[in-house]
Ligand binder design. Structure first.
Ligand SMILES: N[C@@H](CCC(=O)N[C@@H](CS)C(=O)NCC(=O)O)C(=O)O
Length: 326
């Protein structure tokens, strides 16, 4: 098992992650600086200065890869992709595993070494995504929703001028990202990592109540915040992508599939089919990560073959919303 942590400058390869009632606890991330266009934060927007460390498997990190891609920032911000399977060293780099991209910036073998390089006194979890500053040799930020905001709003010279945080929707976007976090994005983990029946059922109930709610909302409007794709849609998208493939089985989130929800399913497919997005969706890394990394949940590390699922089939969103508007 490699869900460990750094203590006193040393990597410890095992940790508890539930409280005394068996509830999964997600500690807050601690590198919370910002890149700003004017440089007032000490981290100025500059081409070539920053590097992203992600995992294709991780829903939080995946958000940042989508934003980098859709904003056309691939030449501006470099990216490394960790090996999907977690063993004693947690996230490691590989130059041979298909889909992984080694660390050419710090030449580290494992992500925890990068955390220690940023702060030799750092203690706690070692998570992706990480936004690294090559100029000051430190981690700017390791919180996905803040990283996507920076990529979205602070890189005025991005190739694409698509705006996922438009002025008139800012309040509702922030509220929606908050609203989906506990029951949905973190809800699948609250169900999956629970170690008591009560904690599992609590996570599961919140999760499916929230999915039912958003399916209803999406019967009336095309996207989470109205008629435009925003950051909130990318925040839910990465959880929906993993749902039928791993959360349904591995995390026991098996009341309904996403494909059973008429609106959520078509909405999800529409987002998947936005040009550039499917190139960031690595189902092989996703499956290998979850099934081969959590040995309390899946001690044999066997990766299931199914389900057979095609996210590329036509969606009905344009038609659905036209009908809802009548
Ligand atoms: N709040 C963080 C969560 C990041 C996170 O928990 N990432 C997971 C991967 S899905 C991780 O790296 N876990 C390693 C660990 O817990 O040791 C964010 O949104 O960026």
């Amino acid at each position: 098992m490699g869900l460990g942590l750094l203590i006193g400058g040393k990597w410890v390869s095992e940790r508890e992650q539930e409280d005394s009632q068996g509830k999964f606890i997600r500690p807050v991330t601690t590198f919370r600086n910002k890149i700003t266009a004017d440089g007032s934060s000490g981290f100025k927007t500059e081409a070539g200065r920053y590097h992203l460390y992600i995992s294709w498997a991780c829903p939080w990190a995946h958000r940042t890869a989508i934003m980098r891609k859709l904003k056309g920032l691939e030449d501006v911000i470099g990216m490394s992709v960790v090996h999907p399977e977690i063993y004693d060293n947690s996230w490691e780099f590989s130059s041979t595993d298909p889909g992984s991209i080694p660390d050419t910036v710090n030449n580290a073998s494992a992500l925890w070494k990068i955390y220690l390089k940023a702060d030799p006194n750092y203690e706690g979890r070692v998570t992706v995504p990480v936004l690294w500053d090559k100029q000051t040799n430190t981690i700017v930020n390791n919180e996905s929703r803040e990283i996507i905001r920076m990529l979205d709003t602070e890189f005025g010279f991005a190739k694409s001028d698509v705006d996922f945080y438009p002025e008139d929707l800012r309040e509702v976007i922030d509220k929606t990202i908050d609203e989906i976090y506990q029951p949905i994005n973190n809800g699948v983990y609250r169900a999956g990592f629970a170690s008591t029946q009560t904690a599992y059922e609590e996570g599961l109930t919140d999760l499916f109540n929230a999915l039912d709610h958003w399916d209803e909302v999406l019967g009336k409007q095309r996207y989470l915040c109205g008629d435009r794709i925003t950051e909130a849609d990318w925040c839910i998208f990465t959880t929906l992508l993993r749902f039928d493939v791993v959360y349904y089985g591995h995390f026991k989130c098996n009341i309904r599939h996403i494909w059973d929800y008429p609106n959520l399913w078509n909405y999800f497919k529409e987002l998947y089919q936005v040009p550039g997005v499917k190139e960031t969706c690595n189902i092989d890394h996703i499956k290998r990560h979850y099934y081969k990394s959590h040995n309390k949940i899946n001690p044999t590390r066997i990766v299931p073959k199914g389900p057979e699922i095609d996210f590329g089939t036509p969606h009905n969103r344009a038609q659905k919303v036209a009908v809802a508007a009548v």
